[in-house]
Each structure stands twice: as C-alpha cells, then as structure tokens.
Write a protein that binds this ligand. Structure first.
Ligand SMILES: *Cc1c(COP(=O)(O)O)cnc(C)c1O
Length: 367
C-alpha cells in the first residue's frame, strides 16, 4: 500500500533494543529469548521489529501462519514459532519453514500425517500444555499417547514444550501461578522420561519474567515488555517508550457559544472555542470512549482534550488556550503513561490500545 498518510506511528528502534536489554539482564546467561511479534508487533510493524532485534534473540513467535510468512518474505531467517496454527495452514507452515505449536490431537495428528506424506525429516514442532489457562493445549493425561505417537516417527522432532500463565502479572494469584509452573515441570518430567531426548521448555511471558524468575527454564517469551510495558508501574518506568503516534492539525475553527462540534452535536460551546480537527479517528484505533474530554492529545507540549464524539476518520480537540496553527504537529501519545491513561479511560489494557492501531496509519522506524 502506498501510504503517505500524515498520521504516523513512529517506532523507536533504540528504545526497543533498550527494552530487550532490560529483560535480558533479568535472565540467566544461558536462558534463550523468544520475542513475540504477533498482531503486527503489538500494533507496530512486525518485520521492522524483527529486523531490529534479530541478531539478539533466539526465536520469534507469531499467532497465525500468515504473520510468519510475512516475516519470511521480509528475509527473516530466525526460527519462528506459530502459536495458533490451523489445520488449513499446515502446508504453508512447512513451505515457509515455520514451526507449528501443536496443541491438540486434531492438529497434532494432521501434522504427523502431513509430515509422513511429504515426507519431512526431524521437522521442528512445539507442544503446548494446558496448566490452567484453559485456552489451547494438551492436558497432562495426554502425555502417554503423545509420546507413543512421536516414538513411531522420525518425521518430526519436538523442539520445545511450553505452557502459558493465566495471571502472571497478578501477585494475588501467586499460589495459582506457582501451581501452573509445578504442573508444567511435572508434565515435562513425564515426557523427558519417555521420549528419549529433551526438548527446550518455556512458560514465562513478560510479567512472568518479572515475577517468577525461578521459572525461566530454557527460554522465555517476551511480548509487551519489548514494547515498553511491564504491567507494573515500577517496571514500566525502567522501560523506554517505543510507539509514538503523531498527526497534524488539518483545520482550526472558532465556534461561538451555543454552537456545537461534531456528530450528534455532542460538544456545545459555552464560550468562544477554538477547535482543531485532526485526521485520526475510531477507524484508526482511537476509541469513541475517548471522546467528550475523556482523552487528550498534545499540541506544542500542551494537553488538548478531545471534544464531542470521535468520528471514523477525525477527532476535534479544544485548542482555545494553545498557540497553534493549521499544519502543526499533534502528539496523540508518546509515552507509556499516556497509553495507560487511554487504556484506563477505555476500560481496557495497554495491549488493546496498541494492537487496535489500524494498518491505515503509516509506520516509520527511527533508528
Ligand atoms: C502473546 C503471548 C505471549 C506474550 O505475552 P506478553 O504478556 O505480551 O509478554 C507469550 N506467550 C504466548 C503463548 C502468547 O500468546
């Protein structure tokens, strides 16, 4: 897509590398690191993120096979784990040398069948075990059948076994989380005893790295932390902001008392008001919940509240007290605290604010 849109998401490569280094110093020297670049790199640009960090990481993970294909087509050669493959995509997974997470017998059997037909030799696969999230994953009772199947074939090789924590950021759930970790260790032991070799094992996401350093095992999976969020105020202050969302003022209007701004006439001027129109709207990921002064942007370093309803492609902000002109730069956000504020106002989490940023917004990497 030829994208010369004036609304731009800047990705700060140095900040990304800082955040990676911050988490690396929490790891044992031998612990490997997988970087999660699903959902366009948490709303940024997955191939750019991958290029920035590829020399410093061991693995990438994506959610779906087409996200992995995009990385391969951009020349990324690092191993790529596909967390949520579907049976329909298994041929593509092999074609692009992506590594499937096989999480149920349905997809496990389908992949073993494909591996036999091709035939593949020692093709890297990953097994996910459910230890309490109850989303996708084998159950501990499945271990004997899995091992028996694997022993029949040398078409595939288990590169890793993993699980995912349900509440790693919540210290009130420490007992539950420790239980998940212990269950996982028990499952791993069963597999190790019967498989004849020892795949890598991993369970920690960003908050897991922070709160459960004793469970690093062979590898950790870093997602939101790379993008500057530690799910904890203290941790986040150690991280650098990676996403800066910018636009410009399209037009400035003066509205008189009694006049209104935007759809449904939601903002009514009680005094002469200068309103600036900015080309970003709910189709770009700016929630309608941020309208009516719930959200604000920065113009010339001063906060300008969003007035009236957020439109599909535009917002209007109050610049009565701000010295500014049409064409001036607008900062939608350039700090994690601002994103957290938006998340709070939208009753959501930073993950959703970032991943909601639509593909219409131009992406630019600052090195
Ligand atoms: C998304 C995801 C991660 C990354 O989680 P963060 O909280 O962003 O670090 C890790 N593992 C799995 C299985 C995931 O789906």
């Amino acid at each position: 897509m030829n994208n010369n849109h004036v609304t731009v998401l800047e990705i700060d490569a140095k900040a990304v590398l800082h955040n990676l280094a911050y988490f690396k110093q929490k790891l044992q020297p031998t612990t490997k690191i997988l970087v999660v670049v699903k959902a366009f790199g948490y709303g940024s640009e997955s191939t750019e993120i991958a290029k920035i960090v590829q020399d410093h990481v061991d693995y990438f993970a994506v959610a779906y096979s087409n996200e992995g294909i995009a990385l391969r087509e951009a020349g990324i050669t690092t191993p790529i784990l596909v967390l949520n493959p579907q049976i329909q995509n298994l041929k593509d997974i092999v074609k692009y040398r992506l590594e499937p997470n096989l999480y149920s017998f349905k997809i496990f059997d389908a992949f073993l069948k494909l591996a036999d037909e091709e035939p593949l030799m020692n093709y890297p696969i990953h097994l996910k075990f459910n230890t309490g999230l109850n989303r996708v994953g084998f159950w501990h009772t499945d271990v004997p059948t899995i091992v028996a199947e694997l022993k029949k074939s040398n078409n595939v090789k288990v590169e890793s076994m993993f699980s995912h924590l349900a509440a790693s950021e919540d210290l009130n759930e420490q007992e539950f989380t420790t239980g998940q970790i212990n269950n996982f260790a028990y499952i791993v032991k069963q597999v190790y005893e019967h498989l004849g070799y020892q795949p890598m094992i991993h369970i920690l996401n960003t908050s897991g790295i922070i709160n459960y350093p004793q469970a690093q095992f062979d590898m950790v999976r870093l997602g939101i932390g790379l993008y500057g969020f530690g799910n904890d105020e203290q941790e986040t202050t150690q991280l650098k902001n990676t996403h800066t969302l910018k636009s410009i003022i399209s037009q400035i209007n003066i509205v008189q008392p009694g006049e209104t701004v935007g759809y449904n006439r939601a903002f009514v001027a009680s005094q002469p008001t200068r309103s600036a129109t900015i080309p970003i709207g709910h189709a770009d990921g700016i929630s309608r919940k941020l309208g009516n002064k719930n959200g604000f942007v920065f113009i010339n370093n001063q906060p300008a509240p969003i007035i009236g309803n957020v439109c599909m492609d535009m917002i209007m902000v109050d610049v009565t007290k701000i010295d500014c002109n049409e064409g001036d730069e607008v900062i939608i956000f350039n700090h994690q605290q601002h994103v957290e504020y938006m998340a709070h106002k939208c009753e959501t989490i930073s993950y959703e604010i970032l991943t909601a940023l639509s593909q219409r917004i131009k992406r630019l990497v600052k090195h």
